[in-house]
Design a binder for this molecule. Structure first.
Ligand code: GSH
Length: 211
């Protein structure tokens, strides 16, 4: 177990796994990592269901407890590290609101478009439907970032880290950051944060699952 006592279960293909790894990295917290083989169905095994009752990655073991659901894990880490958590109660509510929206509208569209386009190579009508869902989410994100550097308050928070993870893989969904100018400027700011690492640089790849 890493000195800081964190063990992350995840997959290099998974944006929610990446967002937890990125938060740990940005907070300077060392962690051990265990790959969960989604293609082999390892996440549905009784052994893994005993770790995460929802049968999903990521999960984070810390201090004798397992934390699940990536946005809830970010909240735990923000409180633990006292980093990226917002300046006051008003900002913390706005952060929670943004992260609920992310899980509802941003992540599902982007991740499913990526999955159906890149991995399943689904028929065009399916890809088109998910492209609409994904681009609606991106349009809202672009508006939220209009005239501001960060999603909430005047400094980066877990709301930014949450939203950044699926956006970081949008090229794999066939979308270009450059088409959303406020998003493109914000991702540049995210990539300049001390400790930042890109998805495939942060989580070891397991080539058997193929990219
Ligand atoms: N809301 C969950 C979503 C996690 C999620 O969708 N994980 C995917 C991999 S990216 C997964 O485990 N999929 C398998 C499944 O849901 O059965 C979170 O944020 O942790």
């Amino acid at each position: 177990m890493a000195e800081d006592g964190f063990l992350l279960y995840g997959s290099f293909l998974s944006a929610p796994s990446y967002r937890v790894a990125l938060m740990l990295r940005l907070c300077g917290l060392r962690f051990d990592y265990r790959h969960v083989d989604l293609a082999a169905g390892e996440h549905k095994s009784p052994e893994f269901r005993a770790i995460n009752r929802f049968g999903q990655v990521p999960a984070l073991r810390h201090d004798g407890r397992v934390y699940v659901q990536s946005n809830a894990i970010l909240q735990h880490l923000a409180a633990h590290a006292d980093r990226y958590r917002g300046a006051d109660p008003e900002e913390r509510i706005a952060i929670a609101e943004t992260m609920c929206w992310e899980a509802d509208r941003l992540y599902p569209g982007l991740t499913r478009l990526r999955f159906f386009r890149r991995f399943l190579r689904a028929e065009p009508a399916v890809q088109d439907w998910f492209e609409g869902f994904a681009t609606n989410g991106l349009a809202v994100l672009d508006e939220l970032l209009d005239g501001r550097d960060w999603l909430v308050g005047s400094a980066p928070t877990i709301a930014d880290i949450s939203c950044y993870a699926p956006v970081a893989q949008m090229d794999e969904a066939g979308l270009k950051e450059a088409d959303w100018p406020n998003i493109a400027a914000w991702t540049a700011r995210m990539r300049a944060l001390p400790g930042y690492a890109a998805p495939y640089d942060l989580l070891p790849q397991h080539s058997a699952e193929g990219l």
